[in-house]
Design a protein around this ligand. Structure first.
Ligand code: NCD
Length: 314
């Protein structure tokens, strides 16, 4: 059997993705057994700052009973010229079974997974992927609407540099949601339009027609100064504020993966909006990550076999 990693959501069949969300929902309703990952050593190898993702993984690992080692950024020997393959070998020799990693380079967790004899979970690589964030976002939608299928979801802002957007597009599509990408051409090239994923420029036109809006941070650290939009311009066209909240349908919700920049992608009025779901997203992060840890180590729970017809029993 193949070693299970979670590098991005495109490696999961839609059925597996649903199974993972079911498990996360169960863990959210009642905490899992503390021995799910007993005697399993997990290393958190983060090379980029992180508040939410790091803490949420640490809590999830604790709740499933793993033995957790955090390797603070700058303290691994990768900085001393050790190759990824040698780091992987070294950690495996100490019986490390799971590595949770975040890295500024797109593809880093994939290279690590090639040489590591255990499970790799991607906690964010460059502009590429952030599968556990997408899972917690899907979980938030599912909890709110009872399904993801058929929802119309707008992702707003810096789609081009957002690993959160990329993984969400995969997950939303796999589960049958309609995805609208909204932003300026510098942060959202028209070429990102594909199949049921539409590229649109006017946020005001989109808002009345969506079930959920996902606001994204402008990823300044990944953008050349020459294409960084004027923040005034950006705010005028894409910032969620009191007037834009009014345009939403009564049932619509507003999400943000955090960290958010007040005054840039949203104003403080959003925090009082009835449909603001940021805190729920953060809470779902812990159950989603418990489910992912359980999935890579133990696999998905097998659904009970259907009862056999009586005629076969006699
Ligand atoms: C995001 C990330 O780091 O990719 N944050 C997160 O994990 N919740 C988004 C961001 O940095 O803007």
């Amino acid at each position: 059997m193949q070693r299970r990693n979670l590098l991005d959501l495109d490696e999961l069949e839609a059925g597996e993705l649903r199974g993972l969300l079911d498990q996360a929902q169960r863990f959210g309703a009642s905490p899992p057994r503390r021995d799910l990952l007993r005697d399993i050593i997990v290393v958190n190898l983060f090379f980029e700052p992180s508040t939410r993702t790091y803490t949420s993984f640490a809590i999830a690992e604790h709740l499933v009973g793993a033995d957790v080692i955090a390797l603070p950024p700058g303290s691994s020997s990768l900085g001393k010229g050790e190759t990824i393959a040698d780091t992987a070998l070294t950690l495996a020799a100490m019986n490390v079974r799971v590595i949770v990693t975040r890295h500024p380079e797109s593809g880093f967790p994939y290279r690590l997974a090639e040489s590591f004899e255990g499970h790799v979970i991607n906690a964010g690589d460059g502009c590429h992927a952030h599968p556990t964030q997408a899972l917690l976002d899907l979980l938030t939608l599912r909890t709110e609407f009872g399904r993801v299928e058929g929802l119309r979801v707008a992702l707003v802002g810096d789609i081009l540099h957002s690993r959160v957007a990329r993984s969400n597009i995969l997950g939303l599509q796999a589960l049958g949601a309609e995805v609208l990408l909204v932003g300026p051409p510098t942060l959202l090239p028209a070429s990102m339009e594909r199949g049921r994923v539409k590229v649109l420029r006017s946020l005001d036109d989109v808002l009345p027609h969506v079930d959920a809006v996902m606001l994204l941070r402008i990823q300044r650290e990944r953008i050349a100064a020459a294409v960084l939009p004027e923040l005034d311009d950006y705010a005028r066209n894409y910032r969620m504020d009191a007037r834009r909240l009014e345009l939403l349908a009564p049932h619509a919700i507003v999400m943000h993966p955090g960290p958010y920049n007040r005054g840039v992608e949203l104003t403080e009025e959003v925090f009082d909006f009835r449909g603001w779901r940021y805190a729920q997203q953060v809470a779902h992060g812990v159950s989603a990550r418990m489910a992912v840890l359980d999935y890579v180590v133990n696999g998905l729970p097998v659904s009970p076999a259907p009862p056999r017809p009586e005629s076969i029993l006699v």
